[in-house]
Design a protein around this ligand. Structure first.
Ligand SMILES: [Zn+2]
Length: 268
């Protein structure tokens, strides 16, 4: 949407020019005005970056309908009971094969947001995912989760481009979806995603399995947030409280629950 691009340009230029404007204002004895210019710029930048579903500076897909281009809103009532299952942080040799078997057993499809460095190490798993009818997507090359929000054009572009290249080389695909580590996508990231033909994807239901390792806690939170047309977020690569692998345990129970409640897992 054009207004988002315009607002993004405003936010980027505001933050580039703010320090010069502030110095000029402070030297002219307009100290408070100078501070206000900087604070407003930072507030706009950080809100857009740190709230994963904030779409001020670029689109963030948060529903199946939006992914399909049927509108911007989250899963409206009366929609088919479909959900988009998205799984981050793989491929992982101890999780991905089990996840694939579970998905097959329930005739469910998913999108795997892969980390480029992991994909490079586990090429066979990437090809397996595609062969079995799922989609792979871009989740950066190295998953710099603590600092990606603060990355400037050079570093952010590299993280996205290198992952895209690895997935292209390994599986001959051009991913069309991008998800930032922890969902923190600054205006620079959104600009680069648009430029390279990727759409930024968020979520509408998550069990916090990136930090919570209790399977039941993860599942209860997911169940309370799942709605028709929603996007479910899961993670690979974690060990559960009970010592087993978290993702296969969660996915097994989740697919049972979705089936019982009349949901189908589809890829847009
Ligand atoms: Zn991640």
């Amino acid at each position: 949407m054009r207004w988002r691009r315009t607002l993004r340009h405003v936010v980027i230029f505001w933050n580039v020019l703010a320090p010069f404007a502030a110095i000029t204002l402070v030297l002219g004895s307009y100290t408070w005005l100078g501070l206000a210019v900087v604070v407003v710029g930072h507030a706009m930048w950080l809100t857009s970056t740190m709230i994963p579903s904030c779409q001020w500076c670029g689109e963030v897909v948060t529903s199946l309908a939006q992914a399909r281009g049927d509108g911007d809103s989250a899963g409206a009532e009366g929609q088919d009971k479909e959900v988009w299952l998205t799984i981050d942080d793989g491929p992982h040799p101890e999780d991905t094969p089990h996840l694939l078997d579970l998905l097959d057993a329930h005739q469910a499809k998913a999108t795997f947001f892969f980390i480029g460095a992991h994909a490079k190490k586990h090429r066979k798993l990437v090809r397996q995912v595609i062969k079995r009818g799922h989609e792979v997507a871009n989740h950066t090359m190295n998953h710099p989760q603590y600092w990606f929000w603060a990355y400037g054009p050079g570093a952010a572009d590299r993280e996205m481009d290198e992952c895209q290249k690895v997935l292209g080389d390994v599986a001959d695909v051009t991913p069309r979806w991008f998800r930032a580590p922890a969902g923190f996508k600054n205006p620079i990231v959104q600009r680069h995603a648009e430029k390279t033909g990727m759409r930024v994807v968020g979520w509408s239901a998550r069990g916090r399995d990136g930090v919570v390792t209790d399977k039941e806690q993860v599942l209860q939170r997911l169940y309370s947030e799942i709605r028709p047309g929603g996007i479910i977020l899961m993670h690979e690569g974690r060990v559960a409280d009970n010592g087993g692998r978290l993702a296969p345990q969660v996915l097994g129970a989740l697919l049972e629950w979705l089936g019982k409640n009349g949901y189908r897992c589809v890829v847009p």
